[in-house]
Design a protein around this ligand. Structure first.
Ligand SMILES: Cc1cc2nc3c(=O)[nH]c(=O)nc-3n(C[C@H](O)[C@H](O)[C@H](O)COP(=O)(O)O)c2cc1C
Length: 326
């Protein structure tokens, strides 16, 4: 009988569009700001990539407080894209990541096509950027405040502009919202507009009421729901897009806490995964997920993470050789 596969022998390297990564685990946008906060807990170079908090053109103070509320198996946030603006980001945050050998995927967010164009041009032309992630869950100030991500035409316009302004060798990933009737339709429109892949999912719109004060708990009234509560929604979105468009590179995100959670998204069709909310109660979660993913793959005799991508669509039974650690 063949000897069991050892976790250290599993090949976690992966390729997403033109982006080659040592492993498929990344931080999710925001949950680690620009990565610096995490460095006291682990070496940011040990992650496949660090996705930075969405950066806008101008500095922003975000939405009114309170901005966070705990919910069953999740949390609501209404941070509102607080940030230093692109000048400070390019001057301080990005150089720090590059000096620490991280592979930065820079998330950009705009309130008009012109802003997205400017951000893509400036970020894409900065040496060392591994890819651009386009957060389209923002209201379009030029079009009645409609959220770009909720309309296939608006979403495709943003991706066409960003793709046009970003140098060819830098992949552009569209981050999609689950708050739509058909996420496949939105994925199709952004891919046709030139995106190199999709990231799913951003938070779901939610609201919590403070029953003592009889008003919404968050200062911004509504907030984005994240954490384990949203994982089945993320798995569903990844599954649906992978089923409809098997060749589209997908990054799965939503409620990942363990290597097992990561493997679920990968089996549903994701080539890479991001860890977000879990970082708030375990800052080492992303590197732990790398280690646990290795163990989960080894236990199933999968020598390469690429062999696991989309496996659940093929319905192949895999026996687990060891008790998994998670
Ligand atoms: C506090 C907080 C802030 C976030 N800010 C951003 C952001 O700036 N840009 C973005 O694309 N997604 C943002 N997200 C969404 C996450 O990147 C992720 O898509 C979502 O939280 C689901 O993953 P999780 O359950 O692992 O957190 C934010 C999430 C949280 C919890």
């Amino acid at each position: 009988m063949a000897s069991p596969l050892r976790p250290q022998d599993v090949d976690l390297s992966t390729t997403l569009a033109d982006c080659h990564l040592g492993n498929p685990v990344m931080t999710a946008s925001c949950c680690a700001a620009a990565g610096r906060e995490l460095h006291q807990f682990f070496d940011v170079a040990d992650l496949g990539a660090v996705v930075t908090k969405s950066i806008m053109r101008d500095p922003r103070s975000g939405r009114p407080t309170p901005r966070m509320a705990e919910t069953p198996s999740g949390m609501l946030n209404s941070i509102g894209l607080q940030g230093p603006g692109i000048d400070a980001f390019l001057a301080k945050d990005l150089p720090w990541l590059l000096q620490h050998d991280a592979r930065p995927i820079v998330s950009i967010a705009g309130s008009s096509l012109g802003e997205y164009a400017e951000l893509a041009r400036r970020v894409g032309n900065t040496p060392g950027v591994a890819a651009v992630e386009v957060n389209i869950s923002c209201p379009n100030v030029e079009n009645r405040g409609l959220v770009f991500a909720c309309d296939p035409l608006q979403a495709s316009r943003v991706l066409a502009v960003v793709r046009r302004e970003t140098p060819r060798g830098i992949p552009v990933f569209a981050k999609l919202s689950p708050d739509v009737t058909s996420i496949v339709e939105i994925a199709d429109s952004v891919m046709q507009a030139g995106a190199d892949g999709v990231v799913m999912i951003n938070t779901l719109l939610g609201l919590a009421v403070d029953l003592d004060r009889m008003r919404p708990l968050l200062g911004g009234v509504t907030g984005g729901l994240s954490g384990p509560a949203v994982r089945p929604v993320a798995v569903r979105a990844v599954w649906q897009v992978a089923e409809a468009m098997p060749d589209v590179p997908i990054i799965g995100v939503g409620g990942v806490r363990t290597g097992r959670d990561a493997l679920e998204l990968i089996a549903a069709g994701a080539t890479a995964v991001q860890v977000g909310t879990a970082i708030f109660n375990d800052p080492r979660a992303p590197v732990r997920v790398v280690r646990e993913l290795r163990e989960e793959l080894a236990a199933r005799g999968l020598a390469k993470v690429s062999e696991a991508v989309g496996l659940a669509h093929r319905g192949i039974t895999i026996e687990t050789t060891e008790e998994s650690s998670t």
